[in-house]
Design a protein around this ligand. Sequence first.
Ligand SMILES: Nc1nc2c(ncn2[C@@H]2O[C@H](COP(=O)(O)OP(=O)(O)OP(=O)(O)O)[C@@H](O)[C@H]2O)c(=O)[nH]1
Ligand SMILES: [Mg+2]
Length: 322
Amino acid sequence: MSAQEPMPTPLHGYVGFDTLTKQVELKMMRRGFQFNIMLVGQTGLGKSTMINTLFASRLMESKGRLDPAEEMRQTTSIEVVSHVVIENGVKLKLNLIDTPGYGDLINNEQSWEPVVKYIKDQYSVYLRKELTAVRDRHIPDTRVHAVLFFINPSGHSLRPIDIQVLKKLGDIANVIPVIAKADTLTLEEREVFKERVRAEMQNNGIRVYPFDHEDYDDEERALNSQVQAMLPFAVVGSTKVYDVNGVPVRGRQTRCGLVNIEDPSHCEFVPFRNFLLRTNMHDLIDTTTYTYYESFRSKQLLALKESSVKQHQQQAQQQHHM
Ligand SMILES: Nc1nc2c(ncn2[C@@H]2O[C@H](COP(=O)(O)OP(=O)(O)OP(=O)(O)O)[C@@H](O)[C@H]2O)c(=O)[nH]1
Ligand SMILES: [Mg+2]
């Protein structure tokens, strides 16, 4: 059979199926979208602050020190907070998954394991729901759609533990690396650091989002390589508003003056936000479903099949010996 599409048949009057896109839109608006973001990185790198900055609201408690003498209050276990945010009638249900800062404890060898386990557990929960005989029409989605990986702005290179964790995470979820607190580096230092991190990620075979799918066309590939060349985004977070000549500016006061986080010449917060929320959110969800979950699902189902074949063989052998 040829896969060629038939020629369009002319219509002699208005039929009305051009409303399909509107119908889908209305349905999606009513149902809302689920987007699950996980934050990974050393403690105190501004993870909670970045979420609040991204969504222009107070969604997470920043545990930064109030008094410099006070010890850093760390996020110690995986915590999930859920929020619903609405913009122009579009409802976004957010799960923000905060993970303990790893790599800053003395014994941190396996401190990232719960993070990997959390991601896999969500796939497994989804699969179980999908496989029940009477399944829900709409399975609640707790799968992690984006892992924001915060890199310490050391200006040197990634730590071996970062490389190890990035590798593990990149195999099971969409990882978006960002250089945290980029205001602590000069623009030149930032460029050198970014270049080095990119090289290290490449040399260690770390897969970060976005990556090309086989079915991507030239335009999609070009867009991807534009973003890939920018990674990791050098970001600055702040929920403080300063008055600059009567204009409110979200920024951070540094030794060299005010960093306006929404000025692309100061930092890459805006391209990062646009990428995450305005251009690629849907693709992040799709990639989680069709690449990562799919691979988990097929591995699990194949393993299940193999074990049931083995069981049958064993039973047959036992009967044979009886
Ligand atoms: N210079 C600078 N400081 C920042 C930035 N973002 C956050 N901070 C400050 O860093 C401190 C820690 O911020 P948090 O957002 O609580 O960091 P966290 O990564 O969530 O910390 P844990 O939850 O403990 O792992 C606070 O004092 C913030 O004000 C930034 O972009 N630049
Ligand atoms: Mg935090």
